[in-house]
Design a protein around this ligand. Structure first.
Ligand code: ADP
Length: 369
């Protein structure tokens, strides 16, 4: 039997973190990069191309048994075009739509009988929703870019349309559940994660969610599996939820490995990256059990330090349990350039958060640390 080849469209840190598991599994992998110095292209076979050109996508897909994505930017029409030309794409274009288009996602969540915020498609004029509200570009936003808190009609009128408008929720906290679903329909979830955002960007995650009962964990796991089955997921998906009292309102879906699942690299028996490969190759899914009481992940955002590596010596001596992930991306203010992870047993998770925050600050040099 021939060893399969996976093609990943996109060559950022998510593709980069898929390279290790692919090597471990002995699976061939190639990434579709915008440039030869993209994060994943530095450590993998790659092709440089334009993901908005079908010829480039088809050249890349040739020889790949499965093509998958690490970002949402490939136009729907081109994904369908690849599929109609016989390329095996997972998640499929029909499923991936819910990762690409927040309006389509809201409609799907309503259809599945799950909770949305009050929402409306806005194309200009006045809105039926009360201010303040949250306005979002339906496609292409990330890390809080393309999301605005709007307090009156004048502000709303200044934004480009169409928009997804949502009521502004007062949530207790934001949580994320990672779920995997294979081509055969096998599903597995990991422990839910508390995600702490700052200016629309995830700063720290804590897994499991503190003060969360087993019943609540089961409830959100059921929600994630219902969505995975409902959208026909193949691969892994993050289901971002707002926790309000004891209700869970869906915020967003990402049908790919996700920042909120980075803790699984060291913190679970099977990481989200390995699981994604298993799911799209139709292999049995791996165990998702946590291996520690706590897993705390902190994103390193670009700050005043010119290079993360220069800070390793002190940080490694100070925190021998800390795990480092350097994406080798050009440092730009506020950009995710790496992350750190700390596992803990029999301890107060606040201590782990303090240690991770110190590392964030020291490695990036602030002001985001
Ligand atoms: P992105 O695609 O940038 O991740 P999100 O839709 O997740 O955008 O929104 C970014 C952040 O904005 C969320 O993590 C949350 O903190 C806040 N937010 C989004 N929607 C709402 C809402 N309806 N009510 C209150 N806050 C919201």
């Amino acid at each position: 039997m021939r060893v399969p080849k996976v093609g990943v469209i996109g060559a950022g840190q998510l593709a980069r973190m898929m390279i290790g598991p692919a090597a471990d599994l002995g699976v061939n992998i190639e990434v579709f990069a915008a440039s030869s110095d993209d994060s994943a292209a530095l450590i993998s076979a790659f092709m440089v191309g334009d993901f908005k050109k079908i010829e480039d996508l088809m050249t890349f897909a040739e020889g790949c048994d499965v093509v998958t994505f690490e970002h949402e930017l490939v136009p729907q029409s081109l994904i369908h075009d690849m599929e109609s030309r016989g390329v095996c794409v997972y998640p499929s274009g029909d499923s991936f739509l819910y990762s690409q288009d927040k309006l389509a996602m809201r409609e799907k969540i309503a259809q599945l009988g799950l909770l949305n915020p009050l929402y409306e498609k806005y194309e200009g004029g006045s809105t039926g929703l009360k201010f303040p509200l949250v306005a979002k570009v339906p496609r292409g936003g990330y890390d809080g870019r393309g999301v605005w808190i709007i307090s009156d009609q004048a502000q709303l009128s200044e934004l480009p349309t169409p928009l997804l408008l949502e009521e502004k929720l007062n949530f207790t906290r934001e949580i994320s559940v990672m779920v995997a679903r294979s081509r055969s329909g096998e599903t597995k979830t990991w422990s839910p994660t508390w995600t702490e955002q700052c200016d629309g960007i995830c700063k720290i995650t804590v897994t499991p969610v503190p003060d969360f009962s087993d019943d609540l964990a089961e409830e959100v796991s059921r929600i994630a599996i219902k969505i995975a089955d409902g959208v026909g997921l193949v691969g892994v998906m993050a289901v971002e939820l707002f926790h309000i009292d004891d209700r869970f309102v869906v915020n967003e879906l990402a049908l790919r490995p996700h920042n909120s699942g980075h803790w699984t690299i060291e913190g679970a028996v099977t990481s989200q990256f390995e699981q994604h490969l298993r799911a799209i190759l139709d292999l049995p899914l791996g165990d998702t059990k946590r291996i520690s009481d706590w897993a705390v992940m902190g994103n390193i955002l670009g700050g005043s330090q010119p290079e993360i590596f220069a800070q390793y010596e002190h940080m490694m001596a100070r925190s021998p349990r800390l795990k480092f992930h350097h994406y080798r991306k050009e440092i730009k203010e506020g950009r995710k350039i790496g992350h750190v992870l700390l596992l803990g047993w029999d301890c107060d998770f606040h201590r782990l958060v303090d240690e991770v925050e110190f590392a964030q600050n020291y490695l990036s040099g602030g002001p985001h640390g």
